[in-house]
Design a protein around this ligand. Structure first.
Ligand code: ZN
Length: 269
């Protein structure tokens, strides 16, 4: 089986310090957490930025600070988020693409979050994708529902996206596809032939679907963006989550990819 790529998503847009005291918010804290997770086996860092008040921001200056500090510490693959919570327009959400991270997230369909719309109309998707193509940034296709997976394949036909796709199957977001094993199998069976894929399971689904993804040959994302506790009432740290995935992989007999190996698997230059 291909080596396992562990992605760390340390911050996201939703968690707060009140929910989890381990949550990194400033560029310094985020970079240090990513470094520790890299030491424990993470090969990709999926990065959201927060402003001085801890609120989500699409400000490229904050992304620059985070990337610079991460790169001083380690060679982990940097993936910026272009998600719907930090900005409204394609220009706002895609401002970080101009900084040329190796990867950036690209959600290829609209669903709901628990209290808002995961707003990704076709024009915005195309604008973000074209900006990534221009800057040589590999998209990670974020799939919250089957329709987004099918739409990504439509965009390949339209030459807006290029194969092989890296597809992240996101399950368990209230308002989107729920985190059941059946739904994961359904999405995995619907993947195109020529792709790499990973599982991001939110909240309670995290434990089960991470194990299934690992066993099915997918890659695994973890981090405080996706869950705050493994055991009820006990906040976990990003490092603790990565160590747990690494231990699962070891028990299963699947080797863990270094960033250099992950670059080869994803076809990054
Ligand atoms: Zn994210």
């Amino acid at each position: 089986m291909e080596k396992l790529i562990i992605t760390i998503a340390p911050t996201g847009n939703v968690p707060t310090r009140e929910i989890n005291p381990f949550l990194p918010l400033t560029p310094e804290e985020i970079a240090e957490d990513i470094y520790l997770c890299h030491q424990a086996g993470a090969a990709v860092a999926h990065i959201h930025a927060r402003d001085g008040n801890g609120k989500p921001t699409a400000d490229p200056e904050v992304f620059t600070q985070i990337a610079r500090q991460v790169q001083q510490k380690c060679d982990i693959i940097i993936q910026f988020s272009t998600g719907a919570r930090a900005g409204k327009t394609a220009a706002e959400r895609g401002a970080c693409i101009a900084l040329k991270p190796e990867m950036a997230s690209l959600t290829t369909g609209s669903t709901n979050f628990s209290n808002s719309v995961n707003f990704n109309p076709p024009k915005l998707i195309a604008e973000l994708a074209q900006k990534m193509n221009q800057k040589g940034v590999k998209p990670e296709v974020e799939v919250f529902d089957l329709s987004a997976l099918e739409y990504a394949q439509y965009l390949v036909k339209k030459k807006i996206l290029k194969e092989p796709l890296q597809i992240n199957l996101v399950l368990g977001v209230p308002g989107s596809l729920s985190g059941s094993a059946r739904n994961l199998f359904f999405l995995v069976e619907s993947l195109p032939q020529n792709c790499t894929w990973s599982v991001t399971a939110i909240g309670k689904a995290h434990r089960q679907l991470s194990v299934l993804g690992l066993a099915l040959g997918g890659h695994v994302r973890t981090g405080l963006e996706d869950l705050n506790e493994l055991d009820e009432g006990k906040p976990v740290s990003n490092l603790g989550l990565v160590q747990r995935v690494a231990a699962l992989a070891q028990a299963y007999g699947r080797e863990i990819a270094t960033p250099a190996e992950a670059r080869q698997i994803f076809g990054l230059s």
